[in-house]
Design a protein around this ligand. Sequence first.
Ligand code: GLN
Length: 540
Amino acid sequence: MTRYVFITGGVVSSLGKGIAAASLASLFKLRGFKVSLQKLDPYINLDPGTMSPIQHGEVFVTDDGAETDLDLGHYERFVGIRMTQDSNVTAGRVYSNVINKERKGEYLGSTVQVIPHITDEIKKLIIKGSKKSDIAFVEIGGTVGDIESLPFLESIRQFSLELGKSRAMFVHLTLLPYIEVTNEIKTKPTQHSVKELRSIGIQPDVLLCRGKNPINQKLKKKLALFTNVPETAVFSAVDAESIYDIPILFRDQKIDEFMLKQFKLKSKRLNLSPWNNYRSKAGKCKKTVKIAMIGKYVDLADSYKSLNEALYHAGIINNRLVEITYLDSEQITKASVKKLKVMDGILVPGGFGNRGIEGKILAAQYARVNKIPYLGICLGMQISVIEFARNVLKLKNANSTEFNSKTKHPVVALVDEWKDNSGKKIISDKKNMGGTMRLGSQDCTLSKDSLAYKMYEKLAINERHRHRYEVNDSLLELFNDSQLKFSGRSKKGNLMEIVELKGHPWYLGCQFHPEFTSSPISGHPLFNGFIAASKKKRKL
Ligand code: GLN
């Protein structure tokens, strides 16, 4: 029988509900429970795939190819379980399912309404997303009080009534602002936010109070009085030095024990050693390594969330703190690219569209010529192929058809556009491509004599994709006798997955996104290797 923990947020957005949910779930996983995590997002988009990373942060891709909210990345990193298509539900998806059913006549002539049809659909999707887990953690996106959250909150209210208190719990994450001039922590916004929840029939069982410092007993008492939450269920969620300290900070307050009691669950002993080990390793990192990230969405750190985390993980594994300098690729010129000299490693991340492409090409060239470790991800790999074709093979106009559809040397193109040497035959692989994205985890085979093999220490790997364009298989001959080697290919052998440069200390581009599968405990082979090489460069 699955127990459900519903996590809502109050007062302001961006309080870290995803990290709180992931941290709680981690504690139960480490007690031997089967846990699941799910994010319900109240916006109308079917998924965040079409949203700008500057507005919404990165799009996280699952093994089965779902384009999802970045919180799912936290879930995977903290808990080590794989998210699926069912792990992220948007209002758009709910409404679309209901409208499809209505068109099929499944509602037998009734008027289709928010209650019960939309709420029933939400409940069904929650059950689908909790897949036989012992404890399901369900995070409701947005902030209590938003109009669009209402059907979701109503659904979880009904759900808890149907299951009873021993099987459903409401955790409310809220902010306690600190007023500096009077040296006071204020509870009023939390009182209002809980009042809002109670007015729609939800009484929180647990309050998690965000703030700079832990709250004292007096404040807990006051909050309890005004929110009808027992004093023993009011916990602090303080700003932590690292997000990976949060499971330990929750555990120190015995939140997990409180929840076990309400759920009337017996549990094995908690094994906190993964987090304790991580913490002690992180605490020892003093020296730094400098990485330049040449991106387009540099104004919002969340745009590259998984990348930042993967670099940070690899740093801890290499006993280094990674200092990331975000550089806007549009600002990089022939003159300014020389500033990259002080960097220990250069990373060109994924991206879409024309803007800033030339700056990225300059950065990749600088890394190649000056032997600075280079990691190109997705677009970053395509950039390194274009750069090499232009500057080493002297094909001045080499490009991707994404940026110049009429280029004479389309070294990167849609699979549909690949032509053979005579320029006539069009190779088509509609199943994988055809104007839509290649998404999700796919197999890749590595060459034995390669940097990639050295990093992964195995020949068969699988990694997650999110892109439309590919290295042009029909122009591969151009690279035959060059230093640029394609060391990873798709199972069929026609799609280039990894490119590397012979005679360079560490230069690798991958068509997939390794950042999605990096974990704080073991990092990811490519990031671990990239940071190790950058560390070496620093010593030179
Ligand atoms: N724009 C490129 C493509 O669609 C790269 C995408 C990416 O970096 N995720 O192939």
